[in-house]
Design a protein around this ligand. Structure first.
Ligand code: KIV
Length: 261
């Protein structure tokens, strides 16, 4: 099984981290055997699996259930599970949700969205030995308030993002997802942080890339995000599409200019 220290080591050696979502055992099997380093059981399952408009309706029970399925099929990848909307509203609820994702779901790491607000939760989890992944930039759980927008376009919001990223690292986060952040800013944040920074719609300079499985297979219902790419179109099987994604991330041919802000 992939470990956090193995991921850190490959980042230090300059190898990009390939991360992909999965939500059930059979896809987790193929994603992990195709060479994906990190599987994210994202609360994006609310949209791509459950058919909701946002991630907000996803419950903790559902996240535990999907993480259990993924971990039954996962052969070798590091597994991150999302803390669903409101489960991290206080240190107490966050610790109890993280505990369920780790104990019942067998996740290796939990991910939560936000900056200053989540620092006490990140510190509390980290102090208890729970590996934590932060998530900054476009925050899908705050979409009703802020919408789906590129984050950090102007100077003051760029400075704020940089200080939030550093704050998360200082509080004990072991990894960071940057969603829809301009490529230059993502590059700067990645270079200033010691923890692996995984980008989605945040340019090629991040330490790794993450995409939603349905987006790379071209089976997303409705609009596919601009930063995604259909890797199945040029191959003849799901397994080779996932392998092409991993290869493109490792060779740094994905993301290309057209996938960046
Ligand atoms: O839920 C998810 O799939 C995510 C990715 C978009 C990073 O958080």
């Amino acid at each position: 099984m992939k470990t956090l220290s193995a991921i850190r080591k490959s980042v230090r050696s300059g190898e990009k981290v390939a991360c992909l979502t999965a939500y059930d055992a059979s896809f987790a099997h193929w994603v992990s055997t195709a060479g994906v380093d990190v599987i994210l059981v994202g609360d994006s399952l609310g949209m791509v699996v459950q058919g909701h408009k946002t991630t907000l309706p996803v419950s903790l029970d559902e996240m535990v259930y999907h993480t259990q399925m993924v971990q039954r099929g996962n052969q070798s990848s590091w597994c991150i599970a999302d803390l669903p909307f409101m489960s991290d509203a206080s240190v107490e609820t966050c610790l109890s949700a993280a505990s369920r994702l780790m104990k019942e779901g067998q996740a290796n790491m939990v991910k939560l969205e936000g900056g200053e607000r989540v620092l006490p939760m990140v510190k509390a989890m980290s102090d208890l030995g729970i590996p934590v992944c932060g998530h900054l930039g476009l925050l899908p759980q705050s979409v009703e308030k802020h919408g789906y927008k590129v984050a950090g376009r102007d100077e003051s919001s760029a400075e704020k993002l940089m200080s939030q990223a550093q704050g998360l690292e200082q509080a004990g986060a072991d990894m960071l997802v940057l969603e829809c952040v301009p490529a230059d800013l993502a590059k700067e944040i990645t270079s200033r942080l010691n923890i692996p920074v995984i980008g989605i719609g945040s340019g090629p300079a991040c330490d790794g890339q993450v995409l939603v499985l349905q987006d790379i297979l071209g089976i997303t219902v409705g609009k596919t995000p601009l930063f995604a790419h259909n890797f199945l179109a040029a191959t003849n099987s799901i397994e080779s599409a996932i392998r092409s994604y991993v290869k493109a991330v490792k060779e740094e041919s994905f993301p290309a200019q057209e996938h960046c802000f």
